[in-house]
Design a protein around this ligand. Sequence first.
Ligand SMILES: [Zn+2]
Length: 561
Amino acid sequence: MSHPHPELGAPPALPRNGLRVVALGGLGEVGRNMAVFEHRGKLLIIDCGVLFPEEHQPGVDVILPDFTFLQGRWQDVVGVVLTHGHEDHIGGVPYLLKERQDIPVIGSRLTLAFITAKLKEHRIKPKTTQVAEGDRLSLGPFDCEFVAVNHSIPDGLAVAVRTAAGTVLHTGDFKMDQFPLDDRITDLRAFARLGEEGVDLFMSDSTNAEVPGFTTAEKDLAPAIDTVFRTAPGRIVVSSFASHVHRIQQVIDAATQHKRKVAFVGRSMVRNMKIAQDLGYLKVPRGLVVDAKELDNLPPDRVTLVCTGSQGEPMAALSRMANRDHQIRIGEGDTVLLASSQIPGNENAIARIINGLTRWGAKVVHQGNAKVHVSGHASAGELVYCYNLIKPRNVMPVHGEWRHLRANADLAISTGIHPDNVVVVDDGMVVDLVKGRVSVTGKVRAGYVYVSAGSVGDVTEDELRDRVTLSQQGTVTVIALIDAETGKLTEPPDFVGRGLGADEKVFDAAIPAIEKALADAASQGIGEARELEQRIGRAVSQWANRKHRRNPLVIPVVIDA
Ligand SMILES: [Zn+2]
């Protein structure tokens, strides 16, 4: 198995009959998926998603792939193929099109409807080409064929890219639910046909590679969802992704059966569900869906609200409900159903929401206490099926954290693919397919680009660290009365803390460190207040770090006594 070398630099020129693959996101993380294919001087982009910030990235709206690799080459881009309509695959497109607005955007009907609506909010009218499974489309030197795949959103596509250097099959996100709600299964016959023809590089979704067996069918959730609807005494609030059409269909079906009305809450939820309904992907009986305002006139046991925020996103409807900062006041008798996964990194935020809602008296049903979620991604058994069916010459696992990529690589090797033909790489690593063999040839920039308060790239890592210090580590003001003659404390200093999450008294243990710092200063003849403040600040910071592994912002104030 090839592993990345930290000393890798810019890649060499690509041989004329070579194909270069660079993931600018999605490797080593769940989100921000973006792959760039380069062949004969042209570039094809597969997906352009966002990553959602974690708690240590306060004030960040979303995280984008770094487009530096494409700078100066925008005219070479022949198109961006979108495999499906999830935010982690399409959310970066508005920022991509700000670089060059007429890049052709290729995708299925639902995917294009979602991205077009999103782009409209950014006042961008994209140049789109709609494709469906079975279609073939030439984009410069890239001959693309689209294959139906089943995922947690309808209308997903895998894409086979034929080039003079060989054929790549990229799965997008997929699983192999054999009884999906829309009867559209992953086209394994097409996978087999492509395998027969010869797949030189197989790039497959790794998200669930560590999970043994097969992913449970979406339909298997129906009993647990039905139980919620049958037993809830009052309102039901369902939280899910704004794109999770299949799951919301199940909620619609349960609401219909139990004679409840449904209202969608939140801009993206309202927008996407209207699109899905208009295009026929979401089947809603007439009169079932009402405006949220009309719910006030209905008894609580006739009400279902469907909103976003299942990942604990602080600005989404659900977390505002948990904080009583939303017009919908959660209380006794309400049942909240978290009908989606927990994306790694969001566990704490989600736990906080569950606790918040429970404190107001709601009953919270989630994947930890009921079978209300199945994954949208292929488990190990399904991935092994693919390897055996396709028999690819080379494999590059995509979409997942390191552990997922590695697990997927191990599955490939277990089916007999030689370890030398499996590349496990990080964002920005350059993988070249030349004469049927893959190798890692270099590295390009692929760091995080933060969107904060609507502006791109203005926030640096350093500023984020300061934000975290202020928001999580707190501040402590140290007020020290010092005898100007002796340079010693005249009395124990006062500690005034904010946001420390601890009693200020813990700082009393820092007094010896302060006394020592002052004694050192006195022995060097230093008595100026500003210099003493710096020394006190340093002493307290070092103490907090050494004793408690914390880095509060220390504000020392010296007063001459
Ligand atoms: Zn997806």
